[in-house]
Ligand binder design. Sequence first.
Ligand SMILES: *Cc1c(COP(=O)(O)O)cnc(C)c1O
Length: 469
Amino acid sequence: MTYISTRGETASLTFEDVLLRGLARDGGLYVPESWPMVSPETIAGFAGRPFAEVAAHVISLFAGCSIPDDDILSMARDAYGRFGHPAVTPLVQIDRNRFVLELFHGPTLAFKDVAMQMLARLMDHALASRGQRAVIVGATSGDTGGAAIEAFRGSARVDVVILFPEGRVSDVQRRMMTTPTDGNVHAVAVKGTFDDCQTLVKGMFNDHAFRDAVNLAGVNSINWARIVAQVTYYFAAGVALGAPHRPVSFAVPTGNFGDILAGWVAKQMGLPIERLVIASNENDILPRAHATGVYEMQPVVETSSPSMDIQISSNFERFLFEASGRDAGYIRGVMGALAQGRRFELGVCAGPFRDTFEAASASEADVAEAIRRTQAEAGYLMDPHTACGLVALGAETEQGAVPGVVLATAHPAKFPDAMERITGQRPALPDRLSDLLAMPERYPVLENDLAEVKRFVEGAVRSETEEVT
Ligand SMILES: *Cc1c(COP(=O)(O)O)cnc(C)c1O
């Protein structure tokens, strides 16, 4: 399996290359040269197998001969052994023909653990085989940073520095980043906003001398290996509900178009998916683009589902590339228009976008109503991100229809303030995290200043290199 960029860079790369590189040099995103297919017999054979085995099978199809299958399987067993549920991503029935796919049983209670736990092991493996080390710097508005720190803590080859906006992430989110004691992971509060943190990270990547000196790597949601690791649970859930003999529908709370793209990839590979529903909150750029054929940024509004408070859906580029007939010129054109005028017309992609997906946004009132109703009728408590998915899935279909699955992307205890406003109660953290609120925290607070942040990164990295050599 080789990879190409959506913007036309032609050198084809291996899975390991794109894993370590993240963004292509021409600014595009990597996609496989062709889609691996999974036959109905193979899908049927997934039934009853442990999640780690299904995941390893799916990931191996994308890793080609870049990483031995046995190594992928042992990494998957290790990664998913850390989850708090034996099924890893269990399905819970909430109505006659409706299910919630719980993706939040990982160490930081959000679905990003499913991909990040695997990504960390894949990166360590790739770096070891090349005799290299890497430094990951990232900006977080909450969930990604914790998932990255949990996934890479203790890594022999990777140092992690995560920037978060001081005072603007929840207590639980901050503590998940600041309580691990491993020497290779660092959470840093920046006196600024999330956008400031992102600008600092871009500044470090754009300083090529600095980037090469510390071997910077990225783990944000455009990293192809993260998408691949998310394709896994669509297969696991589909098979549990009758695939390949019966189709399944999915509603996916999305911001960056990562998780929904993974569902679309599963469908490309042969999983029978009937409806793929994009669920957004009041930041509804994707449903608007779906309805009007115009992708147009608007100011971000704050909602009870902050991980979806996003106006740029980076992974959408991967779908557009395919829908345009793999036309890198089209992609360069629309991305140029977006950068200049904050909007573009979907043109040839408008039809395929409408035909492939459905899309709906949930208002804050819809979200509150869905949470209260599901609690009253099914005795099931869902978080506000998941509730956006339930709203977008729509009314329960009639008897005999295709099962509808909502992806539950976060545990309700991760957003206790929003849950208390909606239900009157603060959900308790799972037992394995009950001491989180008492553990000591450790983090520096830095000015919103690129030179100061670079100095911190260099200091953090150097000591680690000395230990290893
Ligand atoms: C990141 C995140 C999302 C959105 O994921 P995408 O990759 O943008 O699809 C949804 N819910 C939660 C809880 C998240 O952390």
